[in-house]
Design a binder for this molecule. Structure first.
Ligand SMILES: Nc1nc2c([nH]c(=O)n2[C@H]2C[C@H](O)[C@@H](COP(=O)(O)OP(=O)(O)OP(=O)(O)O)O2)c(=O)[nH]1
Length: 136
């Protein structure tokens, strides 16, 4: 659905790398992007004609040098920011190759109970759902 300004949502592929102990990887948005300094799960915009899972894999290679081997689609969240109307497609991956590297100069952190802040507003509700999944 378009928002009240008539803008179509932008699809964003987002990945939650999850270790066997439940720890998940978060990254900090680099300077120059909207909401720089905020924490998020790694990912980025889906390009025209690109499958969402392909976008996820591409973003992880570009940002972190990580090759996602498998990922399952988890949930979708739509959010209207002042800079964009986004439709976030969250995936959970437990299988990847490579250690995350900071290829875009961003900080990242493995977290159990998430303690980094601030988080992107649309991502905040996900944490409670994620904890229900990780710590039933
Ligand atoms: N990666 C990611 N993006 C999120 C999350 N939560 C959330 O609201 N977003 C929003 C912020 C941005 O508006 C959008 C992602 O776009 P982006 O600008 O980071 O994507 P990109 O890396 O493709 O950027 P660029 O090519 O335009 O530089 O999704 C999240 O947890 N992870």
């Amino acid at each position: 659905m378009s928002d009240k300004t008539g803008n179509k949502p932008i699809d964003v592929a987002v990945g939650i790398l999850m270790k066997p102990n439940g720890d998940v990887l978060l990254g900090q948005r680099p300077a120059g992007k909207p909401y720089d300094g905020y924490w998020e799960f790694p990912g980025g915009k889906v390009e025209t004609g690109e499958a969402i899972l392909d976008a996820l894999k591409r973003e992880f290679v570009e940002e972190l040098g990580v090759h996602i081997l498998s990922a399952s689609q988890w949930c979708g969240v739509e959010h209207v920011y002042e800079h964009a109307h986004v439709r976030l497609h969250f995936f959970i991956s437990r299988e990847w190759r490579g250690e995350p590297q900071s290829l875009e100069g961003q900080a990242f952190a493995w977290q159990g109970v998430v303690g980094v802040s601030p988080l992107l507003p649309a991502t905040i509700p996900l944490l409670e759902w994620l904890d229900q999944l990780r710590y039933p």
